[in-house]
Structures are given as C-alpha cells and as structure tokens.
Design a protein around this ligand. Structure first.
Ligand code: AMP
Ligand code: MG
Length: 339
C-alpha cells in the first residue's frame, strides 16, 4: 500500500471516530481524535487502560499545540521537536480535548513526533491521542505484527511501516512548575538538563493522585514471563531465557537468548528491547534474566521499562475487555517505509 493511500485511509478512519495504529519513531501508537469523547472512550476500552491514566496528545507542529496548551514553557525545548519528547503543559480555556483523555485534569501532555507520516496524518485530522498500541500494562509494540497480536480484533486499521527506529517511549517532562522528569525516555535527561538546568525526578506530593502519576505505575511493559534484573552471565539459570547486552556467553541459556546489542550500543539495545521481550516470552520460559544495563543516556529509559516489567503484577492483569468495535481487517503497508 503506497504511503499516500495509507495516509488517506488513516485520515478517513480517524476522522470517522475510529482507531488506527500508526508508526512513530518510538513505538506504534494507537491513534484517535483527541477532541472526540466517543473515540477517546473507545480507545480506553480497546486498550483496557485505566481511566485515571491520561493520554499524550500528538500534534503536527507547535501551532496545532497552541490551540489547546499554553506552549510558552515548551519553547526552551522546541529544538528537540519533532522528536521523542513529551511536555506536560497547562490546558488553555477553550481547549477542544476530550476531558477523558486528560483523566479529568487541567494539564495536557503534548508531543510532536518525528515520524513525517504521523505528522502528516495529524495535520489533516487535528490533534491525536496515541498511547502505545498494546493492551494496558503489556509490552509496547515496535512492529505492526506485534500490534496485530495485541489489538487486531479491537481496532480499525494498522499502518505497517516496519520496525520503529527508537524503540522505547518518549521522555516525559512536566513544565507546569519547576521542570520535573516524569518518565525517562528516548531523549536523554542530559539533553533536557542542558536546556533547563537540573531536573527534579520524584513526583511532588500533589502529583501522587491518580491524575498525574500513572506513568509511575509500578507494573507496566510486562511480558508474560517474570523478569529478573541485573543478572551476570554466570548467574543465568538453566531454565531461564536470557536478554543479554554484550558478547558475554552463558552456558545456561544459549538456546533462549536475545542479544540486544553485541557491541553494547544502547541505542541498538533500545530498538530491540520490546521485540526481544516478546521473542523470549514466546519460548515459554517462566523467567527472563536480564543483563545489567548502564544507567546513562537512553540506558536510563531501558532500565526504567525493565524495572516496571520486573515489578509485581496486579492480580487481575492482563486486563480483559470485550472487543468494542469493528475488527481491523486491513493491515496496510506503507510504501517507502519512511517515518
Ligand atoms: P503512554 O501510556 O505510553 O501513552 O504514556 C503516556 C504518559 O504520559 C504516561 O506516563 C502518562 O502518565 C503521561 N501523561 C499524560 N498526560 C499527562 C498529564 N497531563 N500529566 C502528567 N503526565 C501525563
Ligand atoms: Mg504504553
């Protein structure tokens, strides 16, 4: 499917209030019209996402954001956009954003994705909410196949553009007060601090309520297998699958190993992280042992996701909810794969 047809299909599906999985540079997003109460409600139902967890509103450019968010504080970071950066801002008075997308709050998370395809769609439809295209709490999808495995019977369209070049979610920074890191991500903290000065990291007391803290959910990004962190090669057990970083070998787990980056390159490791977790899950191993990941740059984002993947799971996870719309019968391949 040529890119212009994929664009036209996505715009048509979204404008009619549908749900479309679209590629972004981070992970595949499940897009819906941010202004539509009905589309946003359908999106929460399809993901089984708690209504207390607000959504990021994705726009084509700063002008589109200025229609619903007080964008002034974001200007200090504007050179990082388009890109894997999300900024929490105050909502403007006349904002046309479904209240449910904000989980009832008066702040809004805004991102301008790098993907030219995604921005082209948003330019045509208006602002789009787009959480990761997986069922709530589970591993994010970085391929169209992974989206289909999670959501095919619950959404209207999947646009296939191959693998996502970054592989972990955006960095989220709250600029409604003193700049505060809410979620480490693909834009390194070091790049933010160069522009904003030192960032606060722990959420303020008023942010511990359900409106502001969902990115801090302990268990998230979770495969079916249990996850064991910071495991040296020599300590991998014979019954475990192994998510390895460098060239180390382990006698225990040669058959069930995914090597994120033989050279220890953290960008390459981030790109393959979620696919690696999915592949190791598919081996049926009860536990995935993970090599130590360095704590700098995008390594902080990888460590954050793995920590949540390893956290105790809520008893009722994974969320189960009935299909609530027409099934996605078309997986469309984007012509030139550009994002
Ligand atoms: P995802 O679930 O991957 O779409 O990521 C959305 C992230 O943005 C979550 O960590 C949310 O908690 C966070 N987020 C969205 N809106 C807001 C907001 N208004 N204030 C604080 N965090 C937000
Ligand atoms: Mg997600």
């Amino acid at each position: 499917m040529p890119q212009d047809r994929a664009h036209a299909r996505a715009v048509a599906v979204l404008s009619a209030g549908g749900l479309a999985a679209l590629p972004t540079e981070t992970v595949y997003g499940l897009a819906a019209l941010a202004a539509s109460d009905a589309a946003v409600a359908r999106l929460y139902a399809a993901k089984g996402r708690p209504s207390s967890n607000p959504l990021i509103v994705h726009v084509a450019n700063l002008e589109q954001a200025a229609a619903f968010a007080a964008t002034g504080p974001a200007l200090a970071l504007a050179d990082l956009w388009p890109g894997p950066l999300t900024v929490v801002l105050e909502l403007t008075d006349s904002a046309a954003v479904a209240p449910a997308a904000l989980a009832g709050g008066m702040t809004v998370a805004v991102r301008i994705p790098a993907s030219p395809f995604f921005r082209g769609v948003a330019a045509a439809t208006g602002p789009l909410v787009a959480p990761s295209a997986n069922r709530s709490g589970r591993v994010s999808p970085t391929t169209a196949e992974a989206v289909a495995a999670e959501l095919a019977d619950r959404i209207d369209l999947i646009v296939d553009a191959g693998g996502c070049p970054v592989g972990v979610e955006s960095t989220v920074v709250d600029l409604t007060g003193a700049p505060r890191l809410l979620r480490p991500g693909a834009v390194p903290v070091e790049a933010l601090e160069a522009r904003l000065g030192p960032l606060a990291t722990s959420p303020p007391a008023h942010a511990l309520g359900p409106l502001r803290s969902p990115g801090l959910l302990a268990s998230h990004y979770a495969p079916a297998a249990r996850v064991r962190l910071d495991v040296a090669a020599a300590d991998v057990r014979p019954d475990e699958a192994w998510l390895a970083l460098g060239t180390e070998t382990s006698a225990a787990s040669t058959a069930r190993t995914v090597r994120l980056s033989p050279t220890g390159d953290l960008d390459e490791a981030a790109r393959g992280l979620y696919e690696g977790l999915r592949r190791l899950d598919a081996t049926g191993a009860a536990t995935i042992a993970v090599s130590p990941i360095p704590a700098f740059g995008i390594g902080l984002a990888i460590r954050d996701r793995l920590k949540r993947a390893a956290a105790p799971r809520p008893q009722d996870a994974p969320a189960a909810c009935p299909p609530d719309g027409p099934g996605a019968d078309h997986t469309q391949r984007q012509g030139d794969g550009s994002r």
